[in-house]
Write a protein that binds this ligand. Structure first.
Ligand code: AHG
Ligand code: MN
Ligand code: MN
Length: 339
């Protein structure tokens, strides 16, 4: 029997079963903003198209022999994978023709790319991204992702580049795409966190969850325990306590995959200072800030240390690194209580 017919007397049920694509979700949000011009929606659509193209490249990488490194290093001094470069190019080409984008900053480009320098009121946004997160997982068919953050251009800044250096609390939107067994896009525009799954048969992201809330507690931690001996003492004390209290350890080595699990199941994700990376390894502008925004919007906490929100950090460099402690609010508290 047709389930719809069965429920035809209940408009509430029919409403819940409606199909909402990412495109219609964005239009719904746009209609709620009386002064919206649609510029912002165009930018999100460029990110969505990029995600579909990157997903296709990731799936075909082994077949098309584009795994492995290009031989060069990115601005972080890390080996660039061929797919880092391909994903970066896809994002730049899709965002390049969106009139609303003034400037783009990527993990893979040392300098930001100025697309439109004029102060004409039309070019309103800055977009920052990590085109492929966890790219060293590619060779072993592990999960990888894309992370993005959108800021409004600060018209008072003399140079368009200066607009990028705003704290994460100023983000107007942030999201990530996880290329796993399915392609999942998680988005916040500052009013809750919503999740979409790519239906490859129709080529559209379909909304599968609205207003996600991170569980307040869960006995699970996620960090590279191989670095344990070089963590500051407080982190080592936390691990000792967690292991005595029945915690599980889960670590994919790709922030998108690890944070996605924590968003849905709870726990705490950390990248503490280490001997190799004394300020932490993760990048503030296109890893910690967007993930911090999402986690806070879902009711969790995102800190650099005790009492210090990631989103309050005033950046001084687009590629700067930060310590990260984020996830379920009780679990973040258990860590910072020992620092
Ligand atoms: P990227 O591939 O964009 O350079 O990011 C890798 C990051 C992040 O995704 C992950 O959480 C972390 O590096 C893993 O680092 P370790 O291998 O040091 O654990
Ligand atoms: Mn990354
Ligand atoms: Mn990356």
């Amino acid at each position: 029997m047709n389930a719809n017919a069965d429920n035809s007397s209940s408009t509430g049920d029919v409403g819940r079963r409606n199909i909402v694509t990412l495109q219609s979700h964005i239009l719904e949000e746009q209609l709620r903003q009386p002064h919206a011009t649609g510029m912002f929606s165009w930018i999100l659509s460029a990110l969505s198209i990029s995600a579909k193209m990157i997903a296709a490249s990731v799936r075909r990488a082994r077949l098309e022999d584009v795994l492995g490194s290009v031989g060069g290093h990115n601005v972080q001094g890390e080996q660039q994978q061929k797919l880092d470069v391909i994903a970066n190019d896809i994002l730049l080409r899709n965002l390049g023709n969106r009139q609303g984008v003034a400037i783009v900053a990527s993990e893979e480009n040392e300098e930001p790319v100025i697309l439109r320098a004029q102060n004409d009121g039309e070019t309103r946004y800055c977009v920052m991204f990590d085109p492929l997160d966890g790219s060293s997982n590619l060779d072993v068919c592990g999960a990888v992702g894309t992370i993005f953050s959108i800021l409004r251009k600060d018209r008072r800044s003399a140079r368009v580049e200066d607009s990028l250096l705003q704290p994460g609390s100023q983000q107007v939107a942030a999201g990530y795409v996880l290329y796993g067994p399915s392609t999942v896009l998680v988005l916040t525009i500052g009013s809750g966190v919503h999740m979409f799954v790519l239906d490859p048969s129709i080529g559209a992201f379909v909304r599968v969850a609205e207003n996600l809330r991170i569980p307040q507690r869960s006995k699970s931690y996620s960090l590279n325990e191989g670095n344990r001996l070089s963590f500051p003492q407080g982190y080592q004390d936390y691990l000792h306590w967690a292991q005595q209290n029945g915690y599980s350890s889960r670590y994919a080595g790709a922030m998108v995959a690890d944070v996605h699990r924590i968003l849905l199941k709870g726990g705490v994700f950390m990248y503490p200072p280490t001997a190799k990376a004394p300020k932490g390894k993760l990048r503030l502008m296109y890893e910690a800030n967007p993930m911090g925004f999402i986690i806070e919007q879902a009711g969790g906490k995102a800190l650099t240390g005790p009492g210090a929100r990631i989103l309050d950090v005033q950046p001084i460099d687009i590629h700067q690194r930060t310590t990260v402690i984020l996830g379920s609010s009780d679990e973040v508290d258990h860590v910072v209580a020992r620092l």
